[in-house]
Design a protein around this ligand. Structure first.
Ligand SMILES: Cc1cc2nc3c(=O)[nH]c(=O)nc-3n(C[C@H](O)[C@H](O)[C@H](O)COP(=O)(O)OP(=O)(O)OC[C@H]3O[C@@H](n4cnc5c(N)ncnc54)[C@H](O)[C@@H]3O)c2cc1C
Ligand code: SF4
Length: 544
């Protein structure tokens, strides 16, 4: 980083935290504007993954609206966006059958492209760099720095080389302060620094609680006769019961199949294992035949936000603002957030550019909030605001409410309240054990097998980044009452209850963590703190 050091102090006009779709589109737009207007705006992007794209996982059907605004000639460029959706299908699944239904309007993707979002972010990163943006992969933003009036004036990166026992190791490097005029938070769903600043500035005072889901995905080779380039399938029903919100997706693209499952984190049975449910989905004859003779080449999981319109916090704070899924702009009815991540980045860049040129000295870029509230993106989210909470009462009630909200264009005069996901868990005693397919290492995988496909890695000799806030709650509450839900919902086998000498202890295999953030959401007592590990660690996704 030293080449940009000035007066022993690393500073930029804008520091963007997160090299996902939101952060990179913000950077590109800001760089484009500074070139067009011949202004020297110094922009930096910090990305905690070892490379841009390494922590990116998505479905992904890309609605290109945002990209059309940002790079109008992208179709003439050499991009990783190659497969247009040519056929949409929607199925109601029972254990043995798949019944084709009309595709609900939000699931129609006639303008969409099936992509690996990880690869798209690599490409966007290259464009940003070619426009002069400084991208620092392998660096995470750990904490905000504050000025004398309480405004954010920069961040400090995480320290490296601290040992498990808390001492500084031989490779120890302290965190680096980086100063900026505007900090842009683009950390994605449940961003750590974002949540800290949301709490610090009380940005959730006027909105509802956020809702979440966990999405898991496998990528398979696809050479058999069932492969149809450009086919997009969404499913509802089995293997999830009627009280559990979610569904499957299967996308055929570039000689591969992306197979995934999204499960609302408001589920009640504490022994639901989302990774196990994905394995179960593959036993269905309709899915199974698409995978015959094929090989699984990638796996990943990530939380996504589902609260939508009524869960959007105040977006601007002194010294910065929030974009993309860090702010919660995902359209849950469509299962799409990438277009809004891009659009919010574009709006943010325009607002920050004007703010930096403005003679009025203010640390708040208020124009961003205003423009978002006037935007088509905001109207889109408002229209579907009641769809997700309509499913709290089960699938049938949810679909009836969704149909009503769709035909009335979301004009109903009410806004349904969002409820706390973690508080929905019920005692394990209320549920029978759940059974999942036996791993065979070919079609069905153990979590350990799956994690191997993510390339995840964390230095073992460092303080664990998963901190149990009150260890006294673990056995009597998490284990005795809820049966240890973290051992089920964690998609990477990080939490294991080990029985030794008639004692049960919770073992945390932090090195397996794939940064999905589910444990920071679904713990019944909000007892798990997800801290940022050393930069450059975690998954190394490239196909997701
Ligand atoms: C299974 C699944 C399927 C999906 N399907 C679709 C789909 O089909 N279509 C669609 O449009 N959307 C889909 N989405 C949603 C879509 O992926 C998100 O809306 C989109 O990725 C949001 O982009 P973002 O840039 O806001 O956040 P992210 O993609 O999460 O990117 C955030 C980046 O910030 C980095 N970061 C976080 N914290 C820090 C820090 N402190 N310091 C440095 N770096 C940090 C992360 O490593 C990451 O690279 C899906 C999501 C999932 C999980
Ligand atoms: S430890 Fe938490 S963040 Fe890491 S993979 Fe498991 S649930 Fe996800």
């Amino acid at each position: 980083m030293s080449q940009t050091t000035q007066n022993d102090q690393l500073s930029f006009d804008t520091v963007i935290i997160g090299g996902g779709a939101a952060g990179l589109c913000t950077a590109i737009r800001l760089a484009q504007k500074s070139q067009t207007h011949k202004k020297d705006i110094r922009i930096c992007v910090l990305e905690k993954g070892a490379q841009v794209g390494a922590h990116i996982i998505s479905g992904c059907i890309l609605n290109p609206e945002g990209l059309d605004q940002l790079l109008p000639n992208w179709r003439q460029m050499d991009t990783p966006i190659k497969t247009k959706v040519v056929k949409d299908r929607f199925y109601w699944m029972t254990k043995k059958h798949a019944y084709r239904l009309p595709v609900p309007p939000p699931m129609r993707n006639q303008d969409g492209y099936i992509v690996s979002l990880s690869k798209v972010c690599v490409w966007l990163g290259q464009i940003a760099e070619s426009l002069g943006v400084s991208i620092f992969p392998g660096y995470s933003a750990h904490k905000a720095l504050f000025g004398k009036d309480g405004e954010v004036i920069g961040i400090e990166t995480g320290e490296m080389g601290r040992l498990k026992n808390g001492d500084k190791g031989p490779q120890y490097q302290p965190g680096v302060p980086i100063y900026c005029k505007q900090l842009i938070l683009a950390e994605g769903c449940k961003g750590s620094l974002t949540e800290n600043l949301i709490n610090h500035f009380e940005l959730r005072k006027n909105c509802q609680i956020q809702n979440y889901a966990i999405g898991l995905k496998e990528v398979w080779t696809a050479k058999n006769k069932y492969y149809q380039e450009g086919l997009s399938i969404h499913s509802t029903g089995w293997p999830l019961d009627h009280k559990t919100y979610g569904g499957g997706f299967i996308y055929h693209y570039e000689g591969k199949i992306a197979l995934g499952l999204v499960i609302g984190l408001d589920y009640q049975p504490p022994n639901i294992d989302p990774h196990g449910e994905l394995q179960k989905l593959k036993t269905h004859p309709f899915i199974s035949r698409q995978l015959d003779g094929e090989q699984c080449i990638a796996y990943g999981a990530r939380a996504l936000n589902e609260g939508g319109y009524q869960a959007i916090p105040q977006l601007v704070f002194p010294g910065g603002l929030i974009v993309g899924c860090a702010a919660g702009f995902l359209n849950v009815a469509q299962l799409k957030g990438t277009h809004n991540a891009m659009k919010s980045g574009i709006i943010a860049a325009d607002a920050v550019f004007n703010h930096l040129q403005s003679p009025i000295s203010s640390t708040r870029c208020t124009n961003y909030q205003h423009t978002i509230e006037q935007s088509s993106m905001y109207r889109e989210l408002k229209k579907v605001r009641n769809i997700r909470p309509g499913f709290y009462r089960g699938r049938l009630a949810g679909f009836m409410n969704a149909a009503f909200e769709t035909v009335t264009f979301g004009l109903s005069p009410w806004t349904l309240r969002l409820e706390n996901d973690a508080k929905k868990l019920r005692p394990i005693a209320d549920y029978p054990p759940r059974h999942y397919p036996k791993p065979d290492g070919k079609r069905y995988f153990s979590k350990t097998d799956s994690v191997r496909l993510t390339g995840t890695n964390h230095t073992e000799d460092q303080p664990c980044h998963l901190v149990i806030k009150d260890p006294k709650r673990v056995i009597p509450i998490n284990y005795a009452i809820y049966g240890g839900p973290e051992q089920f919902y964690c998609p990477a086998n990080v939490y294991e209850y080990i029985k030794t000498n008639q004692k049960v202890v919770l073992q945390i295999n932090g090195q397996n963590c794939i940064h999905c953030k589910t444990c920071a959401i679904k713990d019944p007592g909000d007892n798990i703190e997800w801290l940022l590990p050393q930069g450059g660690e975690g998954p190394r996704y490239s196909e997701t």
